[in-house]
Design a protein around this ligand. Structure first.
Ligand code: E4P
Length: 215
């Protein structure tokens, strides 16, 4: 499974990329807003310089003409840029147009497998069903992610599913076991994945035993 980092924080991105486990980055307007005082396009360019993989940058427009205009501008920033477009009728139309231009689109705010089917048909390179936000309203978010994956796999669409709105390490584990193409993970959740108390106890024991041989 590919791991994307779901953040616009440069420090977090540099740190995770340095470890050698990051395949891409996703941002959204809320994540950009968290990085106070930053210039959106400059941040996207900087992220593209750090990550050797797709970097999703979201359009703000809601009508297809302006989504296409913004998408074309974002795509010019760097060849790593993937234009992120919210799932609406206009969004699907903009996706078809941008995909026909050869621009990679990540259709976001997907909450049902039928939405994923339409996004795949429009030529989206990535589709992002939001697991956590579905869980928040009492649905099984991962079930929807799995259904989206099943549809694109069954018809061999040239689309990768990104499990988004990941909240826990269990979400990540389930996605990996389910064979989801990509999970986009917040930095905090990624760091939790490193932790296991038995690893810490094991290291402590090995070191203390080693020290005994040095006396
Ligand atoms: C996906 O690309 C989004 O940026 C993200 O996963 C949204 O997650 P949230 O529901 O935690 O805001």
């Amino acid at each position: 499974m590919k791991i994307f980092l779901d953040t616009a924080n440069i420090k977090e991105i540099k740190d995770a990329v340095d470890i050698g486990i990051i395949d891409g980055v996703t941002t959204n307007p809320s994540l950009i807003a968290k990085e106070q005082g930053c210039d959106f396009k400059e941040v996207i360019k900087e992220i593209c310089g750090i990550v050797n993989g797709p970097v999703s940058a979201e359009v703000i427009a809601l009508d297809w003409e302006n989504m296409v205009k913004e998408g074309r501008e974002l795509a010019k920033l760097n060849n790593h840029v993937v234009v992120k477009i919210p799932f609406t009728r206009d969004g699907v139309k903009a996706t078809s147009i941008l995909a026909a231009d050869g621009i990679n689109v990540n259709v976001t705010l997907v909450f049902s497998p039928n939405q994923a089917l339409l996004a795949a048909k429009a030529g989206a390179a990535y589709i992002s069903p939001f697991a956590g936000r579905l869980d928040d309203i009492g649905h099984d978010g991962l079930e929807v992610v799995q259904q989206c994956q099943d549809i694109v796999s069954a018809y061999d669409y040239d689309t990768e599913i990104i499990a988004a709105s990941i909240r826990t390490t269990t979400h990540v584990l389930d996605c990996a076991l389910m064979g989801i193409d990509i999970a986009t993970i917040p930095y905090g959740v990624l760091m939790q994945m490193f932790k296991h108390p038995l690893t810490d106890i094991g290291i402590e024991k090995f070191l203390s035993d080693w020290k005994k041989t040095q006396q």
